[in-house]
Design a protein around this ligand. Structure first.
Ligand code: XIL
Length: 366
């Protein structure tokens, strides 16, 4: 690890006070935040200040109630993804009703602080509401309902949500279409045609929003990546709008860096925007109950974060959309439920201290 970030304590204190003011509802015209002293050493700037692309984090709105969470989010990131509050299942409560309360809260938080929102996600097989799956729609009714959902949702946040994951996880790693538990696969002879029209519906609702296809293991699984590239070529050919591809990057400290790096370049060969959309790095790869996140483990993780940021930086500048981490602090990560309770995958520790991983991320920015 090279130089550790110098922290201007007074500056941070002023910033925290200013931020508290913002939380308590001071008007933006007070310009408290913008006038907060910044560290002079450029290395001391935070991720969002240093990066020439978006720095995102996934959040849940209840986390914003915790001052340190909100403060850390605002200080280091400039883009927000909803971890689940903008998924179809959360918003679309019945054929005729929508619950926008959480999504609105998130979008308002972002707007008041001039942060971008990346919308996640319009069509995902895992997120169709129960009532939809049992409604017995034929493909015509299915599509007209989903069209209505997309246009209502994207339309509501037009100009506020700058980008959307329109479609998530439709391919298996070998490149075949996912059939298991996928309502679209079960209802359409040509699922890709349907997905293409979903992009079109989103475009109609907000012509300025950037539209993404999102999936996992894109840089690792060449079969899946080739299928995505074929889909992109077809959509372009048929005039359907797609602006970018995301790879989630839920990887491990042991994942092969060269494979990742060549896969990422290959994704970029589409010429589309590239989003590392849900980055977190598993350290407790063996799911050990006695795992300790000791210094050597911290360094290993930091090196991997650094390598990922470096490979992203090597992409053509105009294709670097954003790097989004799937959470802010190790205190709140989906992996403690989905992987192992002893897991430490993010950039900040449980007490909101910058980890070695943070320093390596910052250092790897151009
Ligand atoms: C996960 C959330 O992190 C969990 O809290 C939720 O219970 C399930 O979904 N790929 C995606 C994300 O695209 O939406 C998933 O998020 C993680 C995997």
């Amino acid at each position: 690890m090279k130089k550790k970030r110098m922290v201007n304590t007074m500056g941070r204190l002023a910033f925290a006070v200013a931020f508290l003011g913002l939380l308590l509802g001071c008007s933006k015209d007070d310009d408290l935040v913008d006038n907060a002293p910044k560290d002079e050493d450029p290395k001391a700037l935070t991720l969002k200040d240093r990066a020439a692309f978006g720095i995102g984090a996934a959040i849940k709105t209840n986390q914003l109630q915790e001052n340190m969470f909100a403060y850390t989010l605002y200080e280091h990131f400039n883009q927000i993804t909803a971890e689940w509050e903008m998924k179809m299942e959360t918003i679309w409560t019945s054929p005729t009703s929508f619950n926008w309360s959480k999504a609105d809260e998130l979008v308002t938080f972002a707007q008041e602080r001039e942060m971008n929102v990346h919308g996640h996600v319009l069509v995902w097989y895992k997120s169709f509401p129960g009532w939809f799956k049992t409604a017995g729609y034929d493909s015509t009714a299915f599509e007209s309902k989903v069209k209505d959902y997309i246009q209502t949702t994207v339309g509501r946040y037009k100009g506020k949500v700058k980008s959307w994951d329109v479609v998530n996880e439709i391919f298996n790693d070998n490149g075949t279409l996912r059939s298991q538990d996928c309502p679209v696969y079960a209802s359409f002879e040509d699922p890709i045609g349907f997905y293409g029209r979903c992009f079109q519906y989103a475009r109609e609702a907000d012509p300025d929003a950037k539209l993404f296809y999102n999936d996992y293991s894109v840089v690792l699984a060449s079969g899946k990546r080739n299928a995505i590239k074929r889909m992109v070529a077809r959509l372009k050919d048929e005039g359907y709008p797609i602006d970018g591809i995301g790879d989630q990057f839920h990887y491990r400290v042991t994942t092969d860096v060269n494979t990742m790096s060549s896969g990422l370049k290959d994704m970029a060969s589409t010429g589309l925007l590239i989003h590392i959309s849900e980055l977190d790095l598993i350290v407790n790869t063996q799911k050990s109950d006695s795992y300790q996140f000791v210094r050597s483990e911290q360094i290993k993780q930091a090196q991997m974060y650094g390598a990922i940021v470096e490979m992203f930086e090597e992409l053509p500048q105009e294709q670097k959309f954003a790097i989004t981490t799937w959470g802010v602090t190790d205190k709140y990560t989906w992996l403690t439920d989905w992987w192992h309770p002893r897991e430490y995958p993010l950039l900040f520790d449980e007490n909101y201290n910058e980890k070695e991983a943070y320093a390596a991320f910052l250092e790897a920015l151009k």
